[in-house]
Design a protein around this ligand. Structure first.
Ligand code: PLP
Length: 410
């Protein structure tokens, strides 16, 4: 890394030389020949939609997380919708969730005609605060929907205890947390239902895809029926049984994941553990390198938790920097880092403000964090040079924007 003499002049946005020439994304899939061959094999077979690979993927996934059942969906969003249906959310019901998430988490409540109620987050992990959940429970609350933000499991024990004393269903949005562990158990085996996403930036991909895991046979039946138009059997079962008749018993959707996607998912799942090791290694390197970097606040890891590091979100301490998040974000982008922001708190989106009456200032911890957050690139396919580029760019940019007082103290 070049030594910063002229402060901002060395920044790429001020005409300096960029740390890297091509933009590094914040997340990226990794597809190898084994994955490609698995998909080709399915393309040459009789079933390309709901065939044998669906059951095979679901069984392998359930075995990995340690749940009795796994039901695949065409996206994490579809899987959340399925879970909201299986929890019997409907008009008049409320589901308590976090504002620090992608809008799909709260949208699934709206799809069912119920009301999403936000509860603020803990300032360290940015996961939903169980005390805030408790404060928002009413006679209408039916579901609690925590998110394992960035791959760090929420305070599941407190949430499950609350749920059990108030008769609530816990749908855990673990779209960031495949492979994470909480008090010695894998995420996916803990809550009543746990939802995963296989979007390409996630730990494994099926192109688009999702999964719900559960130990409850009735919930699993409802999920299967919902993803298939509300029909009580699928085409392959009818072909095997020689029956033509079927009954549609609820209003479901076509949320099926294809055999093509599931073949890719099976192949990707085999590589999940080494991929998680790599993400954990990258997170360790970042945390060690930025420990003393002025203005950079590292993500917290609570005891008893082994995060899956879908994201590596840092927070910028404005009291130590002469620029705000927007300026620093632009400077990092110019250096070649595809940084991102996770998340604009959901209640601040126009749809939520205009249709549900949410206002700025209602969730101060989530809103304050939002103003400080920058997601650094982290994905298992990162090369050593990519990691070094992240370290160099963050150090270069924060050093340039270090506050005068701090600089003078040095
Ligand atoms: C927390 C969270 N929930 C839900 C989703 C939706 O998943 P999908 O993109 O597979 O529909 C995402 C996707 O990014 C997510 O990050």
């Amino acid at each position: 890394m070049e030594v910063i003499q002229n402060k901002e002049e060395s920044l790429t946005i001020c005409g300096g030389r960029a740390v890297r020439k091509t933009l590094m994304p914040y997340g990226h899939q990794q597809i190898d020949d084994e994955d490609i061959n698995a998909v080709i094999e399915v393309l040459r077979s009789d079933w390309i939609t709901t065939g044998p690979k669906v059951a095979e993927f679901e069984e392998a996934f359930a075995a990995y997380v340690g749940s009795k059942y796994a039901v695949s969906f065409s996206s994490g969003t579809g899987a959340l919708h399925g879970a909201a249906f299986a929890a019997e959310l409907g008009p008049g019901d409320e589901a308590i969730t976090t504002p620090m998430t992608f809008c799909a988490t709260a949208n699934c409540v709206l799809y069912q005609g119920a009301k999403p109620v936000f509860a603020d987050v803990c300032p360290d992990t940015l996961n939903i605060d169980p005390d805030e959940v408790k404060r928002h429970i009413t006679q209408y609350t039916k579901v609690v929907l925590p998110v394992d933000y960035a791959g760090h499991p929420a305070d599941l024990q407190s949430i499950l205890e609350l749920a059990s004393s108030h008769g609530l269903v816990v749908i855990e949005d673990a779209c960031h947390a495949l492979g994470a562990e909480y008090r010695g158990r894998r995420v996916g085996s803990i809550s009543h239902m746990t939802v995963f996403s296989f979007h390409p930036v996630k730990h494994i991909t099926t192109g688009e895809g999702g999964m719900v895991t559960t130990d409850d046979a009735k919930l699993a039946r409802q999920l299967r029926m919902f993803r298939n138009h509300g029909i009580d059997s699928d085409a392959r079962e009818r072909q095997a049984n020689g029956h033509w008749s079927y009954e549609m018993i609820a209003l479901g959707y076509n949320y099926r994941l294809t055999d093509i996607g599931c073949a890719l998912g099976i192949s990707q799942l085999r590589k999940l553990e080494p991929n998680l090791d790599r993400r954990r290694e990258i997170a360790r390197l970042y945390s060690a390198a930025f420990q003393e970097t002025p203005g950079v606040v590292l993500p917290t890891v609570r005891p008893g938790v082994n995060p899956a590091w879908h994201l590596y979100p840092i927070r910028l301490d404005r009291s130590k920097l002469r620029a705000d998040r927007s300026e620093i974000f632009s400077a990092l982008r110019a250096e070649g880092l595809g940084v991102n922001v996770h998340y604009i708190p959901v209640h601040l989106h126009p749809y939520y403000r205009e249709r549900l009456g949410y206002r700025v200032g209602e969730y101060p911890f989530a809103e304050n964090a939002y103003r400080q957050l920058v997601t650094l690139p982290i994905f298992h396919g990162m090369k050593q040079q990519d990691i070094e580029d992240v370290l160099d760019a963050v150090k270069k940019v924060t050093a340039c924007y270090e506050s005068e007082t701090l600089a003078n103290e040095r």
